[in-house]
Ligand binder design. Structure first.
Ligand SMILES: O=C(O)c1ccccc1NCC(=O)[C@H](O)[C@H](O)COP(=O)(O)O
Length: 210
């Protein structure tokens, strides 16, 4: 299973988290976030990482030229679209960045909303289902209603996100069957400062399922 740890701000923590077992690291490129990092901060973190670690820039309602510039300048391997981007935007981004992984985040608040996931699967590499919050785009620490996702089986891989922690991950994975998981505030001390003990505990829990 892919494990993405999001909201990394410190290069040393990115190396430590990768060596604990993360397969992907997320860097927040949304200026209003307390976890925002600049292109040069991302470049410094990415440069230190082994090549098998996916490095994902998280954007919300940014333009294609803006996303492309940051991806090229920082050496990211993927882009997560966390705003109100429509399927056609994902298609256009794919044309602009054909070799870059595209994840579309959906902040789910109803079963009807979940149905719209099918509109994206043709244009993205994976979906990421996160919790809807009226004021925050992401990093909310709030869990989704996992019962809504029990039958969720899109035509592309998908990540479960939203309020996951070492303490609730096994319960979540007993209810739903994602291809990957994404965690941020559940493994940090303060926004952007990851707690390596919590990350280690997460991988211990995941290891206990095997
Ligand atoms: O984390 C942020 O600050 C953030 C800000 C704006 C857009 C997206 C953001 N995070 C995206 C993520 O992928 C988080 O990992 C995801 O929302 C889960 O967060 P959490 O509930 O804290 O585990």
């Amino acid at each position: 299973m892919r494990v993405k740890i999001c909201g990394i701000t410190q290069p040393q923590q990115s190396i430590a988290i990768a060596s604990l077992g993360a397969t992907a690291l997320g860097f927040i490129c949304v200026p209003t976030s307390p976890r925002y990092v600049t292109t040069s901060q991302i470049r410094a973190a990415v440069a230190e990482l082994p090549a098998n670690i996916d490095t994902i820039g998280v954007f919300a309602n940014a333009s294609i030229p803006e996303i492309s510039q940051i991806v090229v300048d920082s050496g990211l391997t993927g882009v997560q679209l966390h705003g109100d981007e429509l399927p056609d935007f994902c298609y256009q981004l794919r044309q602009a960045l054909p070799n870059v992984e595209i994840l579309k985040a959906m902040r789910i608040n109803s079963l009807e909303h979940l149905d719209t996931a099918a509109d994206y699967t043709e244009y993205v590499n994976a979906l990421l289902l996160d919790t809807y919050h009226p004021q925050q785009l992401g990093g909310t620490g709030k869990t989704l209603d996992w019962t809504m996702l029990e039958q969720f089986n899109p035509n592309c891989p998908w990540f479960l996100a939203g309020g996951l922690t070492a303490d609730n991950i096994l319960e979540a994975l007993s209810q739903v069957n994602p291809s990957g998981i994404d965690l941020s505030s559940g493994v940090e001390r303060t926004p952007g400062d990851k707690d390596l003990d919590k990350v280690a505990k997460l991988f211990e829990k995941l290891g206990s399922r095997e």
